[in-house]
Every structure is written in structure tokens, then in C-alpha cells.
Design a protein around this ligand. Structure first.
Ligand code: AIR
Length: 194
């Protein structure tokens, strides 16, 4: 969650220590990792963090300034509405919202902001996340939530989708994303089964 990254002594540029294969941005734009958060990752409970830390890590790997916090649509409804209502003014561009069971957090976020909201359904004990998936995805027309897969895949992909949206206006970030895809492809091609 901490956005600290190392700095290359020679160039003075920031270095991505977790994913050295990803190019580091020489962008003339303000450095995205040093700025105010562009992405918020919110989750209904601390019990969601083990899964949502994968979204956090993915954003960190790409050097995206972000914040992570617990907000419950049901246990802290005023905070949920306050957070989403103020998100745009704080400079946030995307909200990733994760919840399990009666998973209304992403919908509540979306109801209070026009920023893109990506929902991540958490795997639940009772129904394996099917309840979370349906609660997140079945939004009424007019208030969209882009819903990702249940659990870890959804957490990682929510972050990657947020990066893809941010990359529309940030060519260096788009190059990073392409390098990431290329690396994935390379690993698959080089996979040897014993
Ligand atoms: N939750 C919390 N407030 C509203 C909802 N839907 C969800 C959390 C978590 C699940 O309830 O997102 O996935 C169980 O939370 P806890 O705190 O009981 O572990």
C-alpha cells in the first residue's frame, strides 16, 4: 500500500523494483507515482484485504499512486457516500470497490460519482461468491459498475483495467502495459512441461 519506490542513482529516475522488466516512465507529465492518488481501492471489510492486496500490488508494480481503505456500504453508509461524493474533487480517476455477500459497495460508490467504478466480488463462505457477483453486477441501467471476476483474478484485473483507462491519456503507461502483456506472452511461449 505504501507507494515508496527506489530511485536509480544514475538517472535519478524511479525504478520499479518489483517488476524490473517494466519500463520506467521518462514522462514529461507529472510522475504518476509521486502525485495524489489516481485510484482508490475500497473494500467492505479488512477480511477482503488478503484478496485485494493483489490489486494493490498490481498498481504498485505499475507505479500508480493509489490508496486502499475499508469502507462498508452497510456498516459505514455515511462514510461510503462521503468518500464517493468527494472522490472526483480529490483527483481520483477510478474507484475499485470490493465486497462480499450482499456486495453493494461498488453500486453505492457508483451512485455517488461519475468516475468509473470497477467492482470486485469477494468469494463468500455461504455461496462461494455467487451472491457477491450478482449483487455487484446486476446494477440498474443508468448507474454502471464494471464488474470483474470473483476473487484474486478480479482483483488483479480491476487494477489492470484501471491502468488501461489511465493509459488512454498517458502514453508511457500504455507502453508499460504493452510490455507487461508481451512478458506474459513470452512466459507462455517458453513454458516447458516436464
Ligand atoms: N460487507 C461488509 N459490509 C458490507 C458487506 N457486504 C462484506 C465484506 C466481506 C463480508 O461482508 O466486504 O466480504 C464479510 O465481512 P466480515 O467483516 O464479516 O468479514
Amino acid at each position: 500500500m505504501a507507494k515508496q519506490r527506489n530511485t536509480d542513482k544514475k538517472s535519478g529516475r524511479k525504478r520499479n523494483t518489483r517488476s524490473p522488466h517494466l519500463p520506467v516512465s521518462p514522462s514529461p507529465r507529472p510522475p504518476i507515482s509521486a502525485a495524489a492518488p489516481l485510484v482508490a481501492i475500497v473494500m467492505g471489510s479488512k477480511s477482503d484485504w488478503d484478496v485485494m492486496r493483489h490489486a494493490d500490488q498490481t498498481l504498485t508494480d505499475f507505479g500508480i499512486a493509489h490508496e486502499c481503505r475499508v469502507i462498508s456500504a452497510h456498516r459505514s453508509p455515511a462514510l461510503a457516500s462521503e468518500f464517493a461524493s468527494g472522490a472526483e474533487a480529490r483527483g481520483l480517476e477510478i474507484i475499485i470497490a470490493a465486497a462480499g455477500g450482499a456486495a453493494h459497495l461498488a453500486g453505492v460508490m457508483a451512485a455517488h460519482t461519475v468516475l468509473p467504478v470497477f467492482g470486485v466480488p469477494m468469494k463468500s463462505d455461504a455461496l462461494n461468491g455467487l451472491d457477491s457477483l450478482l449483487a455487484t453486477v446486476q446494477m440498474p441501467a443508468g448507474i454502471p459498475v464494471g464488474t470483474l471476476a470473483i476473487g484474486r483474478a478480479g482483483a488483479v484485473n480491476a487494477a489492470l483495467l484501471a491502468i488501461a483507462v489511465l493509459a488512454n491519456a498517458r502514453p508511457d503507461l500504455r507502453a508499460q502495459l504493452k510490455a507487461f502483456r508481451h512478458e506474459q506472452d513470452r512466459k507462455i511461449r517458453e513454458t516447458v512441461l516436464d
